[in-house]
Design a protein. Sequence first.
Length: 433
Amino acid sequence: MKAVVAKRVDSGVGDTEEIRELSEAAGYTVVGEITQTRRADAALQLGEGKVDDLVRLVARTGATTVVFDNRLGPYQTYNLGQRLPEGTEVIDRFTLILEIFGQRAQTKKAQLQVELAELRYELPRAEAKASLAKRDEHPGFMGLGEYDESREQDIKAQISRIRDQLAQIEETEAQRRARRRDSGFDLVALAGYTNAGKSTLLRRLAADLDVSENVGLHPDLDPTAESEDQLFTTLGTTTRRADIQPRDVLLTDTVGFISNLPHWLVESFKSTLDSVYRADLVLLVVDVSEPIDEIHEKLVTSHDTLYERNEAPIVTVFNKIDRVSERELEEKRATLSALAPDPVAVSARDGQHIDALLDRIDEELPDWEYERLVLPMGEETMSVVSWIHDNAHVEDVTYGDEDVHISFEARPAIVQKARTRAGELHPSPAESA
Protein backbone atom coordinates (compact mmCIF):
# COMPACT_ATOMS: atom_id res chain seq x y z
CA MET A 1 0.00 0.00 0.00
CA LYS A 2 1.44 3.35 -1.05
CA ALA A 3 0.97 6.36 1.20
CA VAL A 4 1.79 10.05 1.23
CA VAL A 5 2.34 11.64 4.63
CA ALA A 6 1.28 15.20 5.40
CA LYS A 7 2.02 17.45 8.35
CA ARG A 8 1.14 21.02 9.28
CA VAL A 9 2.85 22.92 12.11
CA ASP A 10 2.12 26.36 13.53
CA SER A 11 5.80 27.32 13.47
CA GLY A 12 9.20 25.85 12.72
CA VAL A 13 9.73 22.91 10.39
CA GLY A 14 7.46 19.86 10.34
CA ASP A 15 9.35 16.69 11.29
CA THR A 16 7.87 13.68 9.51
CA GLU A 17 10.21 10.98 10.82
CA GLU A 18 7.79 9.53 13.37
CA ILE A 19 4.71 9.62 11.14
CA ARG A 20 6.76 7.85 8.46
CA GLU A 21 7.78 5.17 10.98
CA LEU A 22 4.20 4.79 12.13
CA SER A 23 3.00 4.46 8.54
CA GLU A 24 5.61 1.81 7.81
CA ALA A 25 4.67 -0.02 11.02
CA ALA A 26 1.11 -0.17 9.71
CA GLY A 27 2.32 -1.71 6.45
CA TYR A 28 2.37 1.34 4.19
CA THR A 29 5.16 2.26 1.79
CA VAL A 30 5.71 6.00 2.09
CA VAL A 31 6.19 7.42 -1.42
CA GLY A 32 6.07 11.15 -0.68
CA GLU A 33 5.39 13.88 1.87
CA ILE A 34 3.86 17.32 2.14
CA THR A 35 4.60 19.75 4.99
CA GLN A 36 3.40 23.27 5.71
CA THR A 37 3.99 25.91 8.36
CA ARG A 38 0.85 27.98 8.97
CA ARG A 39 -2.24 28.11 11.14
CA ALA A 40 -4.68 25.28 10.60
CA ASP A 41 -7.28 25.76 7.89
CA ALA A 42 -10.69 24.98 9.38
CA ALA A 43 -11.91 23.26 6.24
CA LEU A 44 -8.82 21.48 4.95
CA GLN A 45 -6.14 21.56 7.70
CA LEU A 46 -3.66 22.65 4.98
CA GLY A 47 -3.96 25.78 2.88
CA GLU A 48 -5.73 25.66 -0.49
CA GLY A 49 -2.49 25.84 -2.49
CA LYS A 50 -0.81 23.12 -0.45
CA VAL A 51 -3.84 20.86 -0.91
CA ASP A 52 -3.45 21.33 -4.67
CA ASP A 53 0.19 20.21 -4.27
CA LEU A 54 -1.02 17.20 -2.30
CA VAL A 55 -3.50 16.25 -5.01
CA ARG A 56 -0.77 16.35 -7.68
CA LEU A 57 1.64 14.34 -5.48
CA VAL A 58 -0.95 11.61 -4.88
CA ALA A 59 -1.71 11.41 -8.61
CA ARG A 60 1.98 11.27 -9.55
CA THR A 61 2.97 8.60 -7.01
CA GLY A 62 -0.13 6.44 -7.26
CA ALA A 63 -0.67 6.61 -3.49
CA THR A 64 -3.92 5.15 -2.22
CA THR A 65 -3.75 6.71 1.26
CA VAL A 66 -2.88 10.11 2.70
CA VAL A 67 -1.74 9.98 6.32
CA PHE A 68 -1.90 13.26 8.27
CA ASP A 69 0.29 13.71 11.33
CA ASN A 70 -2.35 16.15 12.55
CA ARG A 71 -5.70 15.33 14.07
CA LEU A 72 -8.42 15.76 11.45
CA GLY A 73 -12.02 16.57 12.17
CA PRO A 74 -14.73 14.71 10.25
CA TYR A 75 -15.43 17.86 8.19
CA GLN A 76 -11.77 18.20 7.17
CA THR A 77 -11.54 14.48 6.33
CA TYR A 78 -14.60 14.73 4.09
CA ASN A 79 -13.40 17.88 2.30
CA LEU A 80 -9.93 16.45 1.64
CA GLY A 81 -11.49 13.26 0.30
CA GLN A 82 -13.55 15.30 -2.13
CA ARG A 83 -10.45 17.07 -3.49
CA LEU A 84 -8.17 14.04 -3.79
CA PRO A 85 -8.34 11.45 -6.60
CA GLU A 86 -11.32 9.13 -6.28
CA GLY A 87 -10.73 6.22 -3.94
CA THR A 88 -7.95 7.93 -1.94
CA GLU A 89 -8.32 7.23 1.76
CA VAL A 90 -7.58 10.04 4.22
CA ILE A 91 -6.59 9.11 7.76
CA ASP A 92 -5.00 11.03 10.61
CA ARG A 93 -2.34 10.14 13.15
CA PHE A 94 -4.75 8.67 15.66
CA THR A 95 -6.64 6.57 13.11
CA LEU A 96 -3.25 5.23 12.00
CA ILE A 97 -2.27 4.34 15.57
CA LEU A 98 -5.55 2.52 16.08
CA GLU A 99 -4.92 0.65 12.83
CA ILE A 100 -1.51 -0.49 14.11
CA PHE A 101 -2.97 -1.47 17.46
CA GLY A 102 -5.64 -3.52 15.70
CA GLN A 103 -3.00 -5.34 13.63
CA ARG A 104 -0.82 -6.15 16.65
CA ALA A 105 -3.48 -7.04 19.23
CA GLN A 106 -3.11 -10.77 19.89
CA THR A 107 -4.59 -11.18 23.34
CA LYS A 108 -8.19 -10.73 24.40
CA LYS A 109 -7.15 -7.84 26.65
CA ALA A 110 -5.31 -6.03 23.86
CA GLN A 111 -8.20 -6.57 21.45
CA LEU A 112 -10.65 -5.12 23.97
CA GLN A 113 -8.42 -2.10 24.52
CA VAL A 114 -8.20 -1.49 20.78
CA GLU A 115 -11.97 -1.75 20.45
CA LEU A 116 -12.39 0.66 23.38
CA ALA A 117 -10.00 3.18 21.81
CA GLU A 118 -11.81 2.98 18.47
CA LEU A 119 -15.17 3.56 20.14
CA ARG A 120 -13.85 6.48 22.18
CA TYR A 121 -12.51 7.97 18.95
CA GLU A 122 -15.83 7.51 17.19
CA LEU A 123 -18.06 8.78 20.02
CA PRO A 124 -17.57 12.55 19.57
CA ARG A 125 -18.05 12.15 15.83
CA ALA A 126 -21.25 10.22 16.42
CA GLU A 127 -22.45 12.91 18.79
CA ALA A 128 -21.70 15.60 16.21
CA LYS A 129 -23.48 13.67 13.47
CA ALA A 130 -26.50 13.06 15.70
CA SER A 131 -26.64 16.75 16.57
CA LEU A 132 -26.54 17.81 12.93
CA ALA A 133 -29.05 15.16 11.90
CA LYS A 134 -31.63 16.65 14.26
CA ARG A 135 -31.63 19.95 12.38
CA ASP A 136 -34.01 20.30 9.48
CA GLU A 137 -31.35 21.92 7.34
CA HIS A 138 -29.06 18.90 7.77
CA PRO A 139 -31.06 15.76 6.91
CA GLY A 140 -27.78 13.95 6.41
CA PHE A 141 -24.20 14.53 7.49
CA MET A 142 -22.18 16.28 4.78
CA GLY A 143 -23.86 14.26 2.06
CA LEU A 144 -23.18 10.93 3.77
CA GLY A 145 -26.84 10.02 4.07
CA GLU A 146 -29.32 9.86 6.92
CA TYR A 147 -27.64 9.15 10.23
CA ASP A 148 -29.00 6.70 12.75
CA GLU A 149 -29.26 8.66 16.00
CA SER A 150 -29.21 5.44 18.00
CA ARG A 151 -25.54 4.89 17.04
CA GLU A 152 -24.43 7.29 19.77
CA GLN A 153 -26.22 5.23 22.42
CA ASP A 154 -24.91 1.99 20.92
CA ILE A 155 -21.33 3.25 21.23
CA LYS A 156 -21.83 4.27 24.86
CA ALA A 157 -23.32 0.86 25.66
CA GLN A 158 -20.39 -0.92 23.98
CA ILE A 159 -17.88 1.24 25.88
CA SER A 160 -19.56 0.31 29.16
CA ARG A 161 -19.52 -3.40 28.25
CA ILE A 162 -15.83 -3.36 27.32
CA ARG A 163 -14.89 -1.52 30.49
CA ASP A 164 -16.62 -4.21 32.52
CA GLN A 165 -14.75 -6.96 30.65
CA LEU A 166 -11.41 -5.18 31.11
CA ALA A 167 -12.14 -4.71 34.80
CA GLN A 168 -12.62 -8.48 35.15
CA ILE A 169 -9.33 -9.18 33.38
CA GLU A 170 -7.54 -6.56 35.50
CA GLU A 171 -8.92 -8.12 38.68
CA THR A 172 -7.65 -11.54 37.62
CA GLU A 173 -4.22 -10.13 36.77
CA ALA A 174 -4.08 -8.24 40.08
CA GLN A 175 -4.78 -11.50 41.90
CA ARG A 176 -2.02 -13.19 39.91
CA ARG A 177 0.42 -10.42 40.82
CA ALA A 178 -0.53 -10.75 44.48
CA ARG A 179 0.08 -14.51 44.35
CA ARG A 180 3.49 -13.95 42.77
CA ARG A 181 4.46 -11.52 45.51
CA ASP A 182 3.23 -13.94 48.16
CA SER A 183 5.39 -16.58 46.51
CA GLY A 184 8.49 -14.42 46.86
CA PHE A 185 8.67 -12.85 43.40
CA ASP A 186 9.87 -9.28 42.90
CA LEU A 187 8.02 -7.54 40.06
CA VAL A 188 10.02 -5.32 37.71
CA ALA A 189 8.36 -3.43 34.84
CA LEU A 190 9.96 -2.02 31.71
CA ALA A 191 8.57 1.34 30.60
CA GLY A 192 9.54 3.82 27.91
CA TYR A 193 8.83 4.95 24.40
CA THR A 194 8.41 2.64 21.44
CA ASN A 195 11.67 1.62 19.79
CA ALA A 196 13.70 2.37 22.93
CA GLY A 197 14.67 -1.31 23.02
CA LYS A 198 12.48 -2.59 25.86
CA SER A 199 11.71 -5.94 24.25
CA THR A 200 15.36 -6.49 23.35
CA LEU A 201 16.36 -5.67 26.91
CA LEU A 202 13.76 -8.08 28.26
CA ARG A 203 15.22 -10.89 26.17
CA ARG A 204 18.73 -9.99 27.34
CA LEU A 205 17.76 -10.01 31.03
CA ALA A 206 15.44 -13.01 30.96
CA ALA A 207 16.25 -16.53 31.98
CA ASP A 208 14.91 -19.43 29.91
CA LEU A 209 11.65 -19.71 31.83
CA ASP A 210 8.75 -17.83 30.18
CA VAL A 211 5.83 -16.65 32.29
CA SER A 212 2.98 -14.97 30.41
CA GLU A 213 0.98 -12.28 32.16
CA ASN A 214 -2.05 -13.76 30.47
CA VAL A 215 -1.53 -17.48 31.08
CA GLY A 216 -4.86 -19.16 31.68
CA LEU A 217 -6.75 -16.30 30.08
CA HIS A 218 -5.28 -15.90 26.64
CA PRO A 219 -3.51 -19.01 25.34
CA ASP A 220 -3.01 -17.34 21.97
CA LEU A 221 -0.37 -14.97 23.39
CA ASP A 222 3.07 -15.55 21.94
CA PRO A 223 5.31 -15.78 25.03
CA THR A 224 8.41 -14.71 23.11
CA ALA A 225 9.17 -11.02 23.39
CA GLU A 226 9.79 -9.62 19.93
CA SER A 227 12.68 -7.29 19.31
CA GLU A 228 12.08 -5.98 15.81
CA ASP A 229 13.24 -2.49 14.93
CA GLN A 230 9.80 -1.00 14.51
CA LEU A 231 7.09 0.69 16.53
CA PHE A 232 4.48 -1.16 18.55
CA THR A 233 5.87 -4.69 18.46
CA THR A 234 4.62 -5.10 22.04
CA LEU A 235 0.92 -4.56 22.76
CA GLY A 236 0.08 -7.22 25.29
CA THR A 237 2.24 -7.69 28.35
CA THR A 238 5.07 -10.20 28.16
CA THR A 239 6.47 -11.40 31.47
CA ARG A 240 9.64 -13.45 31.89
CA ARG A 241 11.80 -14.57 34.77
CA ALA A 242 15.09 -12.70 35.18
CA ASP A 243 18.35 -14.35 36.20
CA ILE A 244 19.16 -12.35 39.35
CA GLN A 245 20.37 -14.71 42.05
CA PRO A 246 19.25 -15.32 44.72
CA ARG A 247 16.10 -13.34 43.97
CA ASP A 248 13.09 -14.52 42.00
CA VAL A 249 12.40 -11.59 39.69
CA LEU A 250 9.69 -11.27 37.05
CA LEU A 251 10.22 -8.70 34.28
CA THR A 252 7.23 -7.35 32.37
CA ASP A 253 7.36 -5.50 29.05
CA THR A 254 4.31 -3.43 28.09
CA VAL A 255 3.11 -1.21 25.25
CA GLY A 256 5.49 1.66 24.63
CA PHE A 257 4.72 5.32 25.11
CA ILE A 258 4.33 7.49 22.04
CA SER A 259 4.32 11.27 21.74
CA ASN A 260 1.25 13.44 21.26
CA LEU A 261 -1.35 10.87 22.23
CA PRO A 262 -4.76 12.28 23.17
CA HIS A 263 -6.12 11.62 26.65
CA TRP A 264 -8.87 9.31 25.41
CA LEU A 265 -6.33 7.02 23.75
CA VAL A 266 -4.08 6.86 26.81
CA GLU A 267 -7.11 6.10 28.97
CA SER A 268 -8.12 3.23 26.69
CA PHE A 269 -4.78 1.50 27.33
CA LYS A 270 -4.31 2.39 31.00
CA SER A 271 -4.99 -1.19 32.13
CA THR A 272 -1.87 -2.28 30.25
CA LEU A 273 0.13 0.12 32.43
CA ASP A 274 -1.11 -1.52 35.63
CA SER A 275 1.92 -3.80 35.39
CA VAL A 276 4.05 -0.65 35.63
CA TYR A 277 2.07 1.06 38.36
CA ARG A 278 2.01 -2.03 40.58
CA ALA A 279 5.64 -3.07 40.15
CA ASP A 280 8.32 -3.11 42.86
CA LEU A 281 10.74 -1.38 40.47
CA VAL A 282 10.40 0.37 37.11
CA LEU A 283 13.14 0.41 34.47
CA LEU A 284 12.58 3.49 32.30
CA VAL A 285 14.30 2.58 29.03
CA VAL A 286 15.61 5.45 26.89
CA ASP A 287 17.18 5.40 23.42
CA VAL A 288 20.34 7.36 24.22
CA SER A 289 21.23 7.64 20.53
CA GLU A 290 18.37 10.09 19.92
CA PRO A 291 18.94 13.88 19.94
CA ILE A 292 19.19 15.25 23.45
CA ASP A 293 16.14 17.51 23.08
CA GLU A 294 13.99 14.51 22.14
CA ILE A 295 15.31 12.49 25.08
CA HIS A 296 14.58 15.38 27.44
CA GLU A 297 11.01 15.74 26.17
CA LYS A 298 10.37 12.02 26.43
CA LEU A 299 11.79 11.84 29.96
CA VAL A 300 9.51 14.67 31.07
CA THR A 301 6.45 12.97 29.57
CA SER A 302 7.43 9.57 30.96
CA HIS A 303 7.84 11.00 34.45
CA ASP A 304 4.43 12.66 34.23
CA THR A 305 2.91 9.30 33.30
CA LEU A 306 4.82 7.17 35.79
CA TYR A 307 4.74 9.40 38.86
CA GLU A 308 1.00 9.94 38.54
CA ARG A 309 0.20 6.55 40.12
CA ASN A 310 3.50 4.80 40.65
CA GLU A 311 5.21 4.56 44.05
CA ALA A 312 8.04 2.21 43.11
CA PRO A 313 11.59 3.47 42.52
CA ILE A 314 12.44 4.30 38.89
CA VAL A 315 15.81 3.52 37.35
CA THR A 316 16.58 5.16 34.02
CA VAL A 317 18.34 2.86 31.54
CA PHE A 318 20.27 4.56 28.75
CA ASN A 319 20.04 1.91 26.04
CA LYS A 320 21.81 1.65 22.65
CA ILE A 321 25.20 2.90 23.86
CA ASP A 322 26.68 0.95 20.94
CA ARG A 323 25.38 3.77 18.73
CA VAL A 324 27.04 6.69 20.56
CA SER A 325 30.58 7.67 21.47
CA GLU A 326 31.83 7.81 25.06
CA ARG A 327 32.00 11.59 24.81
CA GLU A 328 28.42 11.90 23.58
CA LEU A 329 27.21 9.55 26.30
CA GLU A 330 28.90 11.58 29.04
CA GLU A 331 27.51 14.84 27.64
CA LYS A 332 23.99 13.41 27.72
CA ARG A 333 24.51 12.04 31.24
CA ALA A 334 25.49 15.52 32.44
CA THR A 335 22.75 17.41 30.61
CA LEU A 336 19.97 15.02 31.64
CA SER A 337 21.14 14.44 35.22
CA ALA A 338 18.18 16.28 36.74
CA LEU A 339 15.70 13.96 34.99
CA ALA A 340 17.88 10.84 34.99
CA PRO A 341 20.06 10.79 38.10
CA ASP A 342 22.53 7.92 38.17
CA PRO A 343 21.31 6.13 35.01
CA VAL A 344 22.58 2.73 33.94
CA ALA A 345 24.04 2.77 30.42
CA VAL A 346 23.73 -0.48 28.47
CA SER A 347 23.46 -2.00 25.04
CA ALA A 348 20.66 -4.55 25.05
CA ARG A 349 21.66 -5.61 21.54
CA ASP A 350 25.23 -6.70 22.33
CA GLY A 351 25.02 -7.11 26.13
CA GLN A 352 27.31 -4.28 27.27
CA HIS A 353 26.99 -3.54 31.01
CA ILE A 354 24.02 -5.88 31.51
CA ASP A 355 25.70 -7.22 34.66
CA ALA A 356 25.76 -3.68 36.07
CA LEU A 357 22.04 -3.37 35.40
CA LEU A 358 21.31 -6.69 37.12
CA ASP A 359 23.28 -5.49 40.15
CA ARG A 360 21.33 -2.23 40.16
CA ILE A 361 18.01 -4.08 40.01
CA ASP A 362 19.06 -6.18 42.99
CA GLU A 363 20.14 -3.03 44.84
CA GLU A 364 16.92 -1.11 44.21
CA LEU A 365 14.44 -3.89 45.00
CA PRO A 366 13.10 -4.19 48.57
CA ASP A 367 15.67 -5.55 51.01
CA TRP A 368 15.40 -9.15 52.08
CA GLU A 369 15.25 -10.17 55.71
CA TYR A 370 17.36 -12.81 57.41
CA GLU A 371 15.54 -15.37 59.54
CA ARG A 372 16.40 -18.49 61.51
CA LEU A 373 13.58 -20.80 62.50
CA VAL A 374 13.45 -23.87 64.71
CA LEU A 375 10.77 -26.25 63.48
CA PRO A 376 9.49 -29.12 65.61
CA MET A 377 9.92 -32.45 63.88
CA GLY A 378 6.52 -33.66 62.72
CA GLU A 379 4.48 -34.88 59.79
CA GLU A 380 4.18 -31.41 58.17
CA THR A 381 7.73 -30.19 58.85
CA MET A 382 9.24 -31.38 55.57
CA SER A 383 6.45 -29.63 53.67
CA VAL A 384 7.32 -26.31 55.35
CA VAL A 385 11.06 -26.82 54.73
CA SER A 386 10.35 -27.54 51.07
CA TRP A 387 8.16 -24.42 50.82
CA ILE A 388 10.93 -22.24 52.28
CA HIS A 389 13.39 -23.71 49.76
CA ASP A 390 11.00 -22.80 46.94
CA ASN A 391 10.33 -19.25 48.11
CA ALA A 392 13.53 -18.10 49.82
CA HIS A 393 17.31 -18.35 49.66
CA VAL A 394 18.20 -21.04 52.18
CA GLU A 395 21.67 -20.73 53.72
CA ASP A 396 21.63 -23.72 56.07
CA VAL A 397 19.39 -26.57 57.24
CA THR A 398 20.30 -28.75 60.23
CA TYR A 399 18.22 -31.79 61.06
CA GLY A 400 18.10 -32.97 64.66
CA ASP A 401 16.24 -35.78 66.36
CA GLU A 402 13.46 -33.51 67.59
CA ASP A 403 13.67 -30.37 65.45
CA VAL A 404 14.96 -28.73 62.28
CA HIS A 405 17.00 -25.51 62.23
CA ILE A 406 16.70 -23.53 59.00
CA SER A 407 18.39 -20.22 58.12
CA PHE A 408 17.28 -18.23 55.08
CA GLU A 409 16.81 -14.83 53.44
CA ALA A 410 13.58 -13.75 51.77
CA ARG A 411 11.16 -10.92 51.12
CA PRO A 412 9.49 -9.67 54.32
CA ALA A 413 6.16 -11.18 53.26
CA ILE A 414 7.77 -14.59 52.82
CA VAL A 415 9.52 -14.38 56.18
CA GLN A 416 6.22 -13.57 57.88
CA LYS A 417 4.45 -16.43 56.12
CA ALA A 418 7.25 -18.83 57.10
CA ARG A 419 6.90 -17.77 60.73
CA THR A 420 3.16 -18.35 60.56
CA ARG A 421 3.55 -21.80 59.02
CA ALA A 422 6.21 -22.69 61.59
CA GLY A 423 3.87 -21.64 64.38
CA GLU A 424 1.20 -23.96 63.05
CA LEU A 425 3.46 -27.02 63.24
CA HIS A 426 2.84 -29.50 66.03
CA PRO A 427 5.00 -32.39 67.18
CA SER A 428 3.87 -35.84 66.11
CA PRO A 429 1.88 -37.82 68.74
CA ALA A 430 4.83 -40.14 69.34
CA GLU A 431 7.17 -37.23 70.05
CA SER A 432 4.60 -35.56 72.31
CA ALA A 433 4.34 -38.73 74.35
